[in-house]
Design a protein around this ligand. Structure first.
Ligand code: DX5
Ligand code: ZN
Length: 221
C-alpha cells in the first residue's frame, strides 16, 4: 500500500495572513506545503519567491515545503530556495537549458529534486534522469493559475508515469497538480498518484466554525 500525502497549494490562500493560513491547514492534517513560484515569463502570472519561503520557516513552519518553480531560467533560483528552507524543488524541463545539471544542483543543495510535466510535455525527458529525481509532478492543468478544471487525459499519463516509477524500483513520489477535488481524488489515486496538490478545493472551503478552519475539508480529502 502507498502512503498518500496532501499538499495544499498556498496560491489560493489569503496572502494577507499567510502564516496563519499555513498553520491552520497543517493543523487540519495537511502533509506538505505546495509553494507555487511564477515569474510572468515562463507562465503569465507573478507570485512569490524565496523571501516568502524563508518567512514561513521563520514563522515556525516545519512541514516539508514543495517549491514548484514555474520560472525561466531555473538554475539561479535553486540556491536561493535551498537557503530559504525549501524541501523539494521541482522545475519544468523545457524551462532549463541543462536538465541534468539543474537536477544535480538541487541535490547538491541538499534538497529533493523533481521534474514537472505540463499536459502536453512528453515523458521522454525522464529517459536519462530517473536516478536523479525524487519526485515527478504531473500537471493536470496548464500552469499559471489556480481554480482550473482537471484535464481528463492526464489520467492515462499518470498510469504511464506510475509504470515508469515502478519499473525503476526507486522511491520516487508521484505528485499531481491542478483541479484536484474531493470528488475526483479517488480516481486520481487509482491512476497512480501518491501526492495530491489541492489549492482552491482546500482554501476556498475554509470554515471559521472549525477549530482549525480547514478540518472539515481536510477530513473529506
Ligand atoms: C497552477 C499551480 C497549482 C495550482 C493548483 O499553475 O501549479 O499548484 O495552485 O490550484 P487548483 O487546485 O485550484 O487547481
Ligand atoms: Zn503547483
Amino acid at each position: 500500500t502507498r502512503d498518500f500525502l496532501i499538499a495544499p497549494s498556498i496560491l489560493s490562500a489569503d496572502f494577507a495572513r499567510l502564516g496563519a493560513e499555513v498553520d491552520d491547514v497543517l493543523a487540519s492534517g495537511a502533509d506538505i506545503v505546495h509553494f507555487d513560484v511564477m515569474d510572468n515569463h515562463y507562465v503569465p502570472n507573478l507570485t512569490i519567491g524565496p523571501m516568502v519561503c524563508e518567512a514561513l520557516r521563520k514563522h515556525g513552519v516545519t512541514a516539508p515545503i514543495d517549491a514548484h518553480l514555474m520560472v525561466r531560467p531555473v538554475d539561479r533560483l535553486i540556491g536561493d530556495f535551498a537557503d530559504a528552507g525549501a524541501s523539494y524543488i521541482t522545475f519544468h524541463p523545457e524551462a532549463s537549458d541543462h536538465i541534468d545539471r539543474s537536477l544535480q544542483l538541487i541535490r547538491d543543495a541538499g534538497c529533493q529534486s523533481g521534474l514537472v510535466f505540463n499536459p502536453a510535455t512528453p515523458l521522454s525527458y525522464l529517459d536519462y534522469v530517473m536516478d536523479k529525481v525524487d519526485m515527478i509532478l504531473l500537471m493536470s492543468v496548464n500552469p499559471g493559475f489556480g481554480g482550473q478544471s482537471f484535464i481528463p487525459g492526464t489520467l492515462d499519463k499518470l498510469h504511464e508515469v506510475r509504470r515508469r516509477i515502478d519499473a525503476s524500483g526507486r522511491p520516487i513520489r508521484l505528485e499531481i497538480d491542478g483541479g484536484v477535488k474531493v470528488d475526483n481524488i479517488a480516481e486520481i489515486a487509482r491512476a497512480g498518484a501518491d501526492t495530491f496538490v489541492a489549492g482552491s478545493a482546500v482554501f476556498k472551503a475554509r470554515n471559521d466554525a472549525d477549530p482549525n478552519r480547514y478540518d472539515s475539508v481536510m477530513r473529506e480529502f
